[in-house]
Design a protein. Sequence first.
Length: 237
Amino acid sequence: MQFIVFSSLQRVTIGSLEHIMPIGIAVLFSILLIRFAKHSSHAKVKRFLFNSLAIFVSLSVLSFHLYHIYFESYNIKTDLPLYLCSLVALIIPVFSYYRKYWMFEVLVFWIIAGTLQGVITPDIAIGYPSFDFFRYWIVHLGLLAIIFYAIFVFKMRPRFKSVFKSFFALQLYVILIVIINFILDANYFYLNEKPKSASLLDYFGDWPYYIIITQLIVIPLFLLIYLVFYSASLRRY
């Protein structure tokens, strides 16, 4: 108990209990949920579970921002849900409801590449039991659970050209955030400054080099993710 009280006053560090435990719980939950859905013979049950998980993730972001607007200070320069994971979390119920393939093509690479980085190197200023702590893990781990649900339960798979569709959509997002950052003098998507916590960006040099390097490795990273799907499809034949 002393550890929990103490840790709640500090930024979550890599490898800490506050880092490892949520991942373990989410992995177990996702495996059980996907196994249950796969063995269910009712299509409505599969859709209900999928939509419920997406709505839960989206509501965690919405409620977090409403809480801060009404009960705490809210700064549009830092607090808008414009970071990629938060933005995706808000729109994920649209994907879960309609299950449009073009949305899957974009989201599968965004979520696996971007969200996974957030899981490995968490950026949580105040640890357990803060609202931000729960919101962060629900969003990042929840999005991964949703995309893997789509992959294993609904058998959705990206195609080779999906890599470039997702990359092009990412460039549109970056352009939009650059404009918003300029207007608000903000740092959304860390386009003007690296996060304060440890991250992979620390290995890519100072601004603007880390942005350039990140852009250069996005397509190879997306191709690597696609290679996993391609290799899995070959093993089925």
